[in-house]
Design a protein around this ligand. Structure first.
Ligand code: C2E
Ligand code: CA
Ligand code: CA
Length: 276
């Protein structure tokens, strides 16, 4: 048994080394992938729960890897954050999203805003505000058509830098959303200190709605909504998969929904067709 255990450990280590090597190779391939145009964005609708209109779309990055096929962000975003390559990759996402969103005008109604995920490192890096400002100037996208999604972990620092950067961005007229709200550890003080416009409530609070076990989720959602509305913030519920959930969320007072019920992430052409 002892030797089997030993062999097991040896096997485990080899496997882990292999995985680690694969991760490093993947990470090292990001800059070349960017150069060769292997990354692209899908967009997912953010839909009003009041009238069903398209309020915005979230940009979600994908990697058409020459050998591994299309990779979801879960496969490479964490890596890019660890290595710092997220600054380069995230910069590309931001620019591409603004470039594509400029064309989304409609003859009737408000054109949707584009919502872009920002990694912790991107917000903490000096120069973000300048980057965004020149991007808006270059593309001509009005600031109120750009939303930046940050997570609670972005605010878990004693540094003043992220707060200053986000204030400057909000002063430009850009919308700021807290992503996956309710899943991180944080105090709520940043809601007071930051010019946040929207809370995106994580899908895990939505999933069980309308089942008897979800009474607690429903109460949590209802209190999040009243907290948000008291602070003049809108609430978007993520992971809405059924009409029943959407109806419950509307009754609870959520403003917007995102999820398969309203539309899966889709190509820019699909989004454009939907706007027209
Ligand atoms: P997220 O920001 O929470 O994005 C929502 C994720 O939920 C997306 O997965 C989306 O496809 C998925 N989703 C949407 N509707 C439903 C639904 O009804 N049910 C379920 N089960 N899932 C749904 P995706 O595209 O795989 O993205 C995963 C995560 O990767 C994102 O989570 C975000 O944290 C990160 N990510 C994506 N693009 C970027 C980016 O450009 N920069 C950074 N820093 N992170 C990104
Ligand atoms: Ca997000
Ligand atoms: Ca989210």
């Amino acid at each position: 048994a002892k030797s089997a255990g030993g062999a097991g450990w040896a096997l485990y280590d080899a496997e882990r080394d292999g995985r680690e090597q694969a991760r490093q190779e993947l990470s090292a391939a990001i800059p070349a992938g960017l150069e060769r145009g292997e990354f692209f964005l899908d967009y997912q609708p953010l839909t009003s729960l009041h009238d069903g209109s398209l309020l915005g779309v979230e940009a979600l990055v994908r990697w058409r890897h020459p050998r591994l096929g299309v990779l979801r962000p879960d496969k490479f975003i964490g890596l890019a954050e660890e290595t710092g390559l997220i600054v380069q990759l995230g910069g590309w996402v931001l620019a591409e999203a603004c470039r594509e969103a400029v064309g989304w005008t409609s003859t009737s109604g408000q054109p949707p805003y584009v919502s872009v995920n920002l990694a912790v490192r991107q917000v903490r890096r000096p120069g973000l505000v300048q980057e965004v400002r020149s991007l808006l100037r270059r593309t001509g996208l009005p600031p109120n058509r750009l939303q930046l999604e940050i997570t609670e972990s972005t605010m878990m620092t004693t540094s003043e830098e992220p707060v200053r950067a986000l204030r400057a961005l909000a002063d430009l007229g850009i919308r700021i959303a807290i992503d996956d709200f309710g899943t991180g550890y944080s105090n709520l003080a940043y809601l007071r200190d930051l010019p946040v416009t929207e809370l995106k409530v994580a899908g895990e609070f939505v999933r069980g709605l309308r089942t008897p076990e979800a009474l607690a989720d429903e109460r949590i959602l209802a209190s999040l909504v009243s907290l948000a509305h008291a602070l003049d913030l809108t609430v978007t519920a993520e992971g809405v998969e059924t009409g029943g959930q959407a109806e419950r969320l509307r009754a609870i007072g959520c403003d917007a929904g995102q999820g398969w019920h309203f539309g899966r992430p889709a190509s820019p052409d699909h989004i454009l067709a939907r706007i027209r």
